[in-house]
Design a protein around this ligand. Structure first.
Ligand code: NAD
Length: 352
């Protein structure tokens, strides 16, 4: 049976999420930042990594798997390269600090590579890619994840479906180009959303615990996600593993704690923020002209359907955000009720 959908005002969800984080001991600034991240991700339509994640983060903050007041710090620095320790932080806060550090190094050196170990799930990689692009940087943001994805021919999961986001500034007042994805056919959170709505998933997204194709999201979550484009997704994920866990001398493959299957264990995931300042080589006006030309040629592509237009990466999210700004956030009644359960111990509630 299809789930009943309701519409919830953005500001109500934002305030509530911030209050929940504060009650778990986050500072006002961190609670606001983390709440902004969750709600903004939902506003973009990335429901798999938006407000639904408050459920697992609050559980983890409550049991100490996430530290509310971590000692996030730079532990090594050499020129434009820095290594940071996230000290078991909520991933959003660690990623914010790593991005800030990378922007400052890229301003100084034209390029920056900031790695962070001992962090946790940071949600949508595009959050930090956009932040860096708003500071005028080209960004490549990566993170490793717990093992959850099969490789061609493997019996079960072998490595993580690591997210990656690329962003490039336009400098013309338009939103940056943003491609924010991961190495499996779809993010695991899309299976979570389907499960929550009582929907089936397409075959090709995941296999069950015995390696059989499945259209049941719960069976897929218990099994393994399938890599995008077969060996390519598998090898790209391995590349990310090297550029995150191995390079940061942090956790990788089976030393990463699973977000859902091991809710009391700190995940210790690693991030990598790789930034380039385009103005180190290009004049601002030239960069702007060329990015506009790139976008123009892509948007001007002739399509089989004369009414269609190619999508420039990032456009979908901006469109959904504008719609949700007007109409509120669509969510199932069950998710609304589950979110309200989180605030109950603190006397917090959202009511429509
Ligand atoms: N933190 C983690 O551990 C983790 C793990 C996996 C995924 N994620 C996040 O999950 C989210 C969803 O990942 P996904 O792999 O399902 O992404 P996806 O396959 O839905 O791809 C989304 C991206 O593709 C672009 N896009 C979509 N359709 C397009 C089209 N027709 N033409 C051009 N561009 C198009 C969008 O603008 C967006 O940038 C991402 O935000 C990712 O960072 C996070």
């Amino acid at each position: 049976m299809a789930a009943t959908m309701i519409s919830v005002p953005k500001n109500m969800v934002l305030r509530y999420t911030m209050d929940v984080f504060k009650n778990y001991g986050l500072s006002d600034e961190d609670a606001k930042y983390a709440a902004d991240c969750l709600v903004q991700t939902t506003m973009w339509g990335i429901d798999s990594h938006g407000i639904i994640r408050l459920l697992i983060y609050s559980q983890r903050l409550g049991n100490g798997a996430l530290k509310a007041s971590p000692n996030i710090r730079v532990i090594k620095e050499f020129g434009a390269v820095a290594l940071m320790d996230g000290d078991g932080c909520l991933g959003y806060i660690g990623a914010r600090e790593a991005t800030k550090k990378a922007v400052s190094l890229a301003r100084q050196f034209g390029i920056a590579s900031v790695q962070m170990k001992n962090s946790n799930h940071f949600g949508a990689a595009g959050l930090y890619a956009r932040e860096a692009a708003e500071e005028g940087m080209i960004a490549l943001i990566m993170s490793n994840t717990p093992i959850n994805m099969a490789a061609p021919g493997s019996k079960g999961p072998v490595l993580g479906n690591h997210p990656i986001a690329f962003a490039a500034p336009m400098f013309d007042g338009n939103k940056p180009m943003v491609f924010d994805t991961c190495m499996s056919e779809v993010a695991g959170g899309k299976l979570l959303v389907a499960k929550e709505k009582g929907e089936k998933i397409p075959f090709g997204w995941a296999v069950d615990k015995d390696g059989n194709p499945t259209d049941d999201p719960a069976a897929g979550l218990a099994g393994a996600f399938l890599p995008l484009a077969g060996h390519k997704g598998y090898c790209f994920a391995l590349m990310e593993e090297v550029l995150t866990g191995v390079l940061a001398q942090g956790a990788f493959l089976n030393t990463i704690g699973h977000l859902f299957k091991e809710p009391t264990k700190t995940s210790y995931v690693c991030h990598h923020m790789l930034l380039i300042n385009p103005l180190a080589v290009a004049e601002k006006a030239d960069w702007m002209r060329d990015m506009q030309e790139l976008r123009c040629q892509i948007k001007g592509t002739s399509m089989r359907d004369a009414n269609a237009q190619l999508i420039f990466p990032g456009e979908i999210e901006e469109g959904v955000a504008a719609k949700r700004e007007k109409e509120g956030i669509p969510m199932t009644e069950t998710l609304f009720a589950s979110l309200n359960e989180v605030g109950k111990p603190f006397g917090l509630a959202m009511s429509l």
